[in-house]
Write a protein that binds this ligand. Sequence first.
Ligand code: 13P
Ligand code: SF4
Length: 304
Amino acid sequence: MKNKILKLKKEKNAILLAHYYTLPEVQEIADYVGDSLALAQAAATTDAQIILFAGVHFMAETAKILNPTRKVIIPDMEAGCSLADSCPADDFAQFLQNYPNHTVLSYINCSAAVKALSDIIVTSGNALNIVSQFPVDENIVFAPDRNLGAYVNAATGRNMVLWDGACHVHDQLNADAVFDLKQRYPQAKIIAHPECKATVLALADFVGSTAAMLKFVSSDSVQEYIVATETGIIYEMLNQNSQKVFHIVTTDQSCSCNDCEYMKKNTLTKIEKALRTETPEIKLDENLMVLAKQPLLRMLEMGR
Ligand code: 13P
Ligand code: SF4
């Protein structure tokens, strides 16, 4: 299957972009593996004819918006995102009516329609940097992730109005589970993704995006880590740090509840089929793409 995909990729001048949360065998054959920010940047600049996006739907939409002349295909249209789903565009438009004169910042984990209602997009990799560039007294609405929003508020001394959304994978991780692991492995440092609850982040030695966590463990001298995020990241952590030990935080030792089931829908079989048939393809309304592109371009500009 891997050889078939590699051959098709070459024949069709396609690039395979994969998020760190996808299955190890997918990351292994991807042209580029990254976090949301790096993947958006890669999608914006590629000259490949086809972008095959092994991630989730909003990421593939973002690729199409940033590089509309490319054909963007996704292995499974059902690869959604609970965080993006927690902010329906109609409800958000209504919510914004309560906040005139507010700058609207949205986390990239949202639909194209929510992006179109936003002034600027951020990712977990650049949110602190971008929010810090606004005056302290700027009125800001932040959507859809209440945990990331609260983290940015605390870290930058802002008081952004938060939409009440969350990622089911990160939001279910709790401080007790982190604390238990720390009791068992006191020498380990705790690292966490900012989509986790404040009670988890309060215990962390380092908080950062997927790519930032990877960079942290690779440059840090400690040998052992307690990792509060989605399980897929462990593959690349071990790739880069084979001598280090990682303990993933789970809600229940008998389940892999912090596997993002949407990311795991990107199997090799579906990737091969998507590439062979060039479907399903991401198609978006032209006007919507124009509206959603502005806040994304602002992000790429301000996040530089
Ligand atoms: P990053 O890729 O920005 O770290 O976000 C994590 C995530 O949940 C992606 O959906
Ligand atoms: Fe969405 Fe959470 Fe899955 Fe990321 S991990 S794609 S935020 S559901």
